[in-house]
Design a protein around this ligand. Structure first.
Ligand SMILES: NC(=O)c1ccc[n+]([C@@H]2O[C@H](COP(=O)([O-])OP(=O)(O)OC[C@H]3O[C@@H](n4cnc5c(N)ncnc54)[C@H](O)[C@@H]3O)[C@@H](O)[C@H]2O)c1
Length: 309
């Protein structure tokens, strides 16, 4: 089995690579990314380069590639701040990747990381599988366009595509990133490390969350499912859990002690609030549950996960 993971140097791509290799030690896994900040594991072929470049794609997609996990992206705050870069990577890069897939010996399974940023604006209190995406950010718009490309290339028999709309993944390790949702991890990660942190949104802000472990399982499950399990759109809203910032801090207090919560200061940031308030918070994910995708049982588990438990 030959697999390509785009964004393979990133948070989820690097975890997915480990998980795919753990279940099939004979898998030949190539990672492409513009950077590998945590180094590279010699068991993978790591290629540094721009996914939107046909030369790079020719290098990372040999004709016998069976599967592509497309995770490379300029994340939400980044795509909002740099309009051209967002379109270059998130739209042009996705199209270039799919075009390269057409040249393979057989249509590969292609799992695409979309986002609940696909939804925005005036939304019902509870979204479901019938809610129409109305993105209110460039990032969300690019993700929806990517979903449509994946569905159309699938319809044409050029790939066997599967798009997952990811909730916010918490707890993300490392440094804060440009995602507008970065605070959702920072308010847990920094206090657990004994570091003070500013929370840019009020504690009543709701977040739709999934843990890193569960989302990696979801990528693998999306790959394993037969084509017949997928709706015509080839898109599914992954199940998550809804929590307010206060409920997240309460969970951290339960797991790691109340003293940790005191590291969080509320310092409003209008830019972040402006993006986050357009995002959906509550979902019914009947289709995904029927397909066997699983949410976390509770947020305490996600905090334990981050602590290595
Ligand atoms: N983490 C979340 O909360 C979340 C939520 C919804 C959707 N997603 C999506 O899941 C995917 C993975 O997210 P992540 O949290 O691992 O983000 P990440 O930023 O850690 O990983 C994305 C990777 O893409 C790489 N990249 C950017 N431009 C590139 C280019 N031109 N060519 C090749 N690589 C490039 C980045 O260097 C980065 O390593 C992304 O598509 C993201 O939009 C993530």
């Amino acid at each position: 089995m030959r697999i390509l993971i785009t964004g393979g140097g990133g948070f989820l791509g690097s975890r997915l690579a480990q998980s795919l290799l753990a279940r099939d030690a004979s898998a030949k896994i190539t990672l492409v990314d513009i950077a590998f900040p945590n180094g590279t594991d010699p068991r993978f072929t790591a290629v540094t380069g721009d996914l939107a470049s046909p030369e790079v794609l020719a290098k990372v997609l040999p004709a016998d590639t069976d599967a592509v996990f497309h995770l490379a992206a300029v994340v939400s705050g980044g795509a909002e701040a740099d309009f051209d870069l967002g379109y270059h990577v998130n739209l042009d890069g996705t199209r270039a990747l799919l075009e390269a897939c057409r040249k393979l010996a057989k249509p590969p399974k292609a799992v695409y990381a979309s986002s609940v940023a696909a939804f925005g604006g005036k939304l019902p209190d509870v979204l479901d599988d019938t809610t129409t995406p109305t993105p209110q950010t460039s990032y969300g718009t690019q993700k929806v366009m990517g979903e449509y490309l994946v569905a159309d290339f699938t319809r044409k028999g050029m790939i066997d595509g599967r798009s997952l709309r990811l909730p916010t993944i918490v707890v993300r390790p490392g440094k804060p990133n440009l995602a507008a949702s970065s605070f959702a991890s920072s308010i847990i990660r920094e206090p657990l490390a004994g570091v003070d942190v500013d929370c840019p949104v009020p504690d009543t802000t709701g977040v739709w969350i999934l843990s890193p472990k569960r989302v990696v399982e979801a990528f693998v499950h999306a790959f394993d499912l037969p084509a017949s399990a997928w709706p015509t759109s080839r898109v599914v809203n992954l199940p998550g859990i809804t929590l307010t910032v206060r409920e997240m801090l309460d969970a951290m207090g339960r797991v790691a002690g109340e003293a940790k919560v005191k590291h969080v200061r509320f310092v409003p940031d209008a830019r972040i609030q402006g993006i986050v308030k357009t995002w959906p918070v509550r979902f019914r994910t009947d289709k995904a549950l029927e397909m066997g995708f699983k949410p976390d049982a509770n947020f305490d588990d996600a905090v334990h996960q981050h602590l290595g438990g």
